[in-house]
Design a protein around this ligand. Structure first.
Ligand code: NDP
Length: 386
């Protein structure tokens, strides 16, 4: 039928893009509505009612930023005392930058934009009207394990104890025929999206014991979801390819969109393993599928017709499109809302705008497998040398 043809095209477009939403209603959070699957009642919370915190300040010429070096070591002075600190990787554009905007504007958070381009992050923050005293730009290139180590050294030297870390940065190269490699020789999607974050989290483990760690996931990590069913499906298998540092985790021929989806399965596996290991000590580890943000720079390598048509299709046919601002608001909620504080949860929302409600999401069968969580942790530890 015409309807099923439209649905089919919708699914295909979703898949080609690598993302999809699939919601269901619930309650209200601080920036967005929140609802736990266990509770039918919606709960509300006024915007801007985030918990208090302690903020970090650092370099790059912000008016109130103070990063001091001394012979005794580097010390980051807390310029915005009483605020919490949130590190967001890849916050130079897209969801990460928008999430930073919401947290910073709340007045309760100081945000560290952990990026590979100072200039881009500064320009992006300025474009969004962020107050320079509310954020700090720091260099972090997840495609280099040395850069990750240097970043962590800076954080520790400055005695910053992050209250939250958002593993947001990601690369997706849909048109590549051959794998790109990171400085350490890993296929780039697995290297940046997973291994860089894996090392970052592990090196900061002492600082994160009582903190929130948030991963940005995608619905297409899950072959059990509509979008995730369409090839190339995510599949990690027994992780033999990763263990041998082959381009694909399951050892098959390189396919860039599968490589991206596989890396996002790793984000969920890592979230679940961290929850198992550390939540009893006070860490809150979660992930979210923020919705499909078809206009975000992640789609920069897709063809023009696709970038023009996809958002229209998502909005009017699938009704799964969210703005990058709305996605950022959702990220900020998972970082800060009391209502989204259950560790081990993968969140999703039930609509396209700020009225949408959050609920618990299902993860893929592969991501549910505890043995695979542990195996990924072990192989990743070996690969990054910890
Ligand atoms: P963007 O491309 O805007 O954000 C990705 C960010 O990652 C960029 O700021 C980019 O920095 C950064 N990055 C890339 N490589 C590195 C690196 N080596 N070191 C440090 N940072 C790096 O896309 P989105 O905002 O859409 O994506 C953000 C997250 O949301 C990703 O994890 C993505 O998988 C997820 N997501 C996106 C969806 C969507 O529809 N867009 C849907 C579901 C999930 P630079 O500017 O330097 O390139």
């Amino acid at each position: 039928s015409a309807l099923s043809a439209v649905a089919c095209v919708a699914c295909l477009l979703h898949n080609v893009a690598g993302f999809v939403v699939g919601p269901t209603p619930t309650a209200r959070g601080s920036f967005t509505r929140v609802n736990r699957a266990s509770s039918a009642a919606a709960v509300s919370r006024a915007p801007g009612t985030l918990a208090p915190a302690a903020a970090a300040r650092t370099q790059v010429g912000h008016a109130s930023a103070v990063l001091r070096s001394s012979s005794a070591g580097r010390e980051m002075t807390m310029a915005a005392g009483g605020k919490k600190t949130c590190i967001i990787t890849g916050a130079s554009s897209g969801i990460g930058l928008e999430g930073a905007k919401f947290l910073a504007a709340s007045g309760d958070w100081h945000v560290i934009l952990a990026v590979r381009s100072f200039a881009k992050a500064e320009a992006g923050a300025k474009d969004l009207g962020m107050d320079p005293s509310t954020y700090t730009v720091m260099n972090l290139d997840l495609a280099s394990l040395n850069s990750v180590r240097n970043f962590v050294a800076e954080i520790k030297a400055a005695k910053v104890k992050p209250d939250a870390l958002v593993c947001n940065a990601a690369v997706w190269h849909p048109k590549d025929k051959k794998p790109r490699r990171t400085a350490d020789g890993f296929e780039e999607a697995i290297g940046v999206n997973h291994l860089g974050h894996f090392l970052l989290v592990n090196l900061l483990m002492d600082e994160l014991k009582q903190s929130r760690v948030v991963f940005i996931g995608t619905e297409t990590h899950n072959p059990g979801s509509i979008a995730g069913k369409i090839p190339p499906q995510a599949h990690l298998g027994d992780l033999d390819g990763l263990a041998k540092n082959e381009p694909m985790i399951d050892g098959v021929k390189y396919e860039p969109t599968k490589a991206y989806k596989d890396s996002k399965v790793c984000n969920v596996l890592m979230m679940r393993e961290m929850n198992k290991r550390y939540s009893s000590g006070g860490m809150v580890v979660s992930a979210l599928f923020p919705g499909c943000i078809a206009e975000s720079p992640l789609f920069r390598e897709k063809r023009g017709w696709f970038r023009a048509g996809f958002p229209v299709f998502q909005k009017f046919v699938t009704r799964q499109l969210v703005s990058v601002e709305e996605a950022g608001r959702r990220m900020a909620d998972v970082v800060s809302s009391d209502k989204l504080s259950s560790s081990g949860t993968y969140w999703r929302w039930n609509g396209q705008d700020a009225e949408a409600t959050a609920r618990e999401n299902v993860v893929s069968d592969e991501a549910m497998d505890e043995a695979r969580c542990e195996k990924l942790w072990q192989i990743s530890s070996d690969l990054v040398g910890i």
